[in-house]
Design a protein around this ligand. Structure first.
Ligand SMILES: CC(C)(COP(=O)(O)OP(=O)(O)OC[C@H]1O[C@@H](n2cnc3c(N)ncnc32)[C@H](O)[C@@H]1OP(=O)(O)O)[C@@H](O)C(=O)NCCC(=O)NCCS
Length: 213
């Protein structure tokens, strides 16, 4: 069955992390599993807890993110539930990244739709987040995963602008996004406050019309 267009209508506005959305489509939409040459991007399930726990417990994975490593199973189920709730409410999608062949869990990639600031409009922006277990860095897996997610977002949703907000010292992430053609738009000064410190963040974005075809 052809994937239906994901359509968002914002019920809120402003710089709010919580995006309330409704789906205009009447039919149910299946979780969009995606394939690349080497990867399967699929929904995380409770059965995956044993393999994903060490990933989110790894200090290196969250080093440039304003969150702590997970410490117990509840923390991991919260992440799975967050992804499931986002998908169900069409507020975004979180994909687990699994390697074809051996089925190894490599990490995750997600996007969260962001409401426009016009009180009525549809949602045309989304922010992506992503991480890989350090053991799998240096193989081009994330570039491959994000590239497929970008294709999905621009082909199967009404989103026109994909944003990434990255710590200024997170050079690996900045390199991946640069290779994919994201444009560096500027520095968001003291954008994040985490554990008593303000972090400057780099704002990057790709527009639908930026895509190299
Ligand atoms: C961000 C992160 C996913 C990047 O990982 P990464 O391994 O550098 O990125 P990729 O998987 O795309 O791999 C790219 C590297 O693989 C190399 N590579 C090897 N084989 C490749 C192939 N077949 N195709 C493309 N690149 C390949 C590239 O040359 C590149 O190496 P380089 O950066 O030394 O030049 C990883 O550092 C991470 O998870 N960090 C912690 C979480 C985080 O900060 N997330 C972002 C928050 S905004």
């Amino acid at each position: 069955m052809k994937q239906s267009l994901y359509r968002y209508t914002s019920l809120t506005s402003g710089c709010n992390d919580i995006c309330v959305v409704v789906d205009n489509m009447s039919e149910a939409i299946e979780f969009p599993q995606l394939d690349t040459d080497r990867l399967v991007l699929r929904e995380l399930a409770l059965d995956d807890i044993d393999v994903i726990f060490p990933h989110f417990a790894n200090e290196e994975v969250v080093r440039y993110e304003d969150c702590r490593p997970v410490v117990n199973v509840k923390d991991v189920t919260d992440i799975i539930e967050w992804g499931r709730n986002m998908a169900n409410s069409k507020a975004g999608i979180l994909w687990g990244i699994f390697r074809k062949g051996d089925g190894a869990f490599l990490g995750q990639v997600n996007y969260v739709a962001r409401p426009d600031n016009n009180f009525v409009g549809t949602v045309h922006r989304a922010e992506i987040g992503f991480d890989l277990t350090p053991h799998y860095w240096g193989n081009g897996y994330m570039q491959e995963a994000i590239s497929r997610v970008v294709e999905f977002i621009f082909n199967d949703t009404e989103i026109n602008r994909i944003e990434a907000i990255v710590h200024t010292e997170n050079s690996r992430s900045l390199n991946v996004l640069a290779r994919l053609g994201f444009h560096k738009e500027g520095i968001l000064r003291e954008y994040v406050k985490w554990e008593g410190e303000y972090w400057d963040m780099v704002s990057l974005a790709m527009l639908k019309r930026d895509r190299v075809t």
